[in-house]
Ligand binder design. Structure first.
Ligand code: DP6
Length: 358
């Protein structure tokens, strides 16, 4: 095990306390799609960390003879997420032995609408993980660097993409021989970005706010016997290297073609799985066509990417914000459920807002 992940207590366990953290969502540019047990990615991925789409989580803890947890969303019990959180705690218990001495209450709130079709698992798990390691820091006194490293490691065990939410403005998760310190167990910060990308915009068109018919976990599993998986994992490995170069030198033309190709390849993998499935909706395709015509006519470097859903993420430099928003209002809003879209941008990662111990 990596030495920073070991538990080395030097202080007594606090009797009780509460910790509040904020952690963002992220949008992958080179996609993680396919994994091996336990939560090991079949290819490396890179994402922009978002800013406005985030989860705020408070963990209140109290000494207890046995471990238990309660989970609430905005103060209300929510049983739908319990099995995933329960399996998360089972996976992390050996790395966080102090948890067995506590009863924990988790209260969480997303800034994006709860049923917006935006994955809350990345921001949700990274927020819980960071709050837990904040408690660990109180007991072990480990460094800030180690705290984030372990938070990313634990997040990964909840949801793979969550490992990347700790760090901004971008993060890489998964081993790549050309990327120093890259590994499959936790993400690393990636900040070697051209000026344009440091304030890049992501406006998310909420084309379908419903729950996904096929979960990400099921989709990842289908990559195991996928006829094109080997080729796809190799391609993603190569794309990661190209994307790092593009982000560094600010070549927007190459950025557009690589990020759109990644998005469409992800969905092509879904469409060619056995069983096959489709997460894009008519509105997704119509909006993509409109983006392509707009780009051609205006010469504005607007591109799109997708995660495992129908919502379209529109990516563009901040300088074009007003022009892109006018285009969205005029031509794309018809594809958004209840005319709803979210304006987000590249952000700096998860942070602790408050920690009290007694
Ligand atoms: C398409 O991280 O949600 O968004 O590890 O099973 O929780 P689990 O999967 P998850 O998969 C994300 C897939 C993706 C691409 C990406 O974020 O890299």
């Amino acid at each position: 095990m990596i030495s920073q992940l070991k538990y080395n207590p030097i202080n007594p366990l606090p009797e009780s306390g509460n910790i509040t953290v904020q952690s963002p969502s992220n949008i992958a540019l080179v996609k993680y799609w396919g994994k091996k047990p336990i939560q090991i990615p079949t290819n490396p991925s890179i994402s922009f960390t978002l800013s406005k789409c985030h989860t705020k989580t408070t963990i209140s803890f109290e000494k207890s003879d046995i471990f238990s947890f309660e989970f609430k969303i905005e103060g209300k019990e929510n049983i739908a997420f319990i099995p995933k959180i329960d399996s998360f705690f089972k996976r992390i218990k050996d790395y966080c032995p102090y948890l067995s001495k506590y009863k924990i209450n988790i209260d969480t709130k997303n800034t994006f609408p709860h049923s917006s079709g935006i994955a809350s698992s990345a921001s949700g798990f990274s927020a819980i993980a960071l709050a837990i390691v904040e408690l660990e820091q109180e007991i072990t006194g480990f460094s800030e660097n180690d705290k984030y490293l372990k938070a990313s490691f634990l997040s990964r065990l909840g949801s793979g993409s969550a490992s990347r939410s700790l760090y901004g403005p971008a993060a890489i998760w998964g081993l790549h021989e050309k990327v120093p310190n890259s590994n499959n167990e936790f993400a690393i910060e990636h900040s070697d970005l051209h000026q344009d990308f440091k304030s890049y915009q992501d406006t998310i068109l909420l084309i379908d706010k419903g729950t996904k018919k096929v979960s990400s976990t099921a989709g990842h599993d289908l990559m195991n016997n996928h006829p094109f998986s080997k080729q796809r994992f190799f391609q993603a490995y190569e794309n990661l290297e190209s994307m790092i170069e593009i982000l560094k030198n600010g070549d927007l033309e190459k950025f557009i073609s690589l990020s759109e190709s990644e998005a469409l390849t992800l969905h092509a993998m879904m469409m060619t799985s056995n069983p096959y499935f489709l997460l894009m909706k008519e509105g997704t395709l119509s909006a993509i066509e409109k983006v392509w015509s707009f780009r051609k006519e205006s010469d504005i470097p607007l591109s799109f990417t997708l995660d495992a859903g129908a919502n379209l993420h529109l990516l563009y430099p901040k300088a074009y914000k007003q022009k892109v928003l006018d285009f969205i209002e005029g031509e794309l809003i018809v594809y958004c459920e209840k005319e709803h879209y979210i304006c987000d941008e590249v952000g700096s990662g998860a942070k602790i807002l408050k920690a009290n111990y007694a």
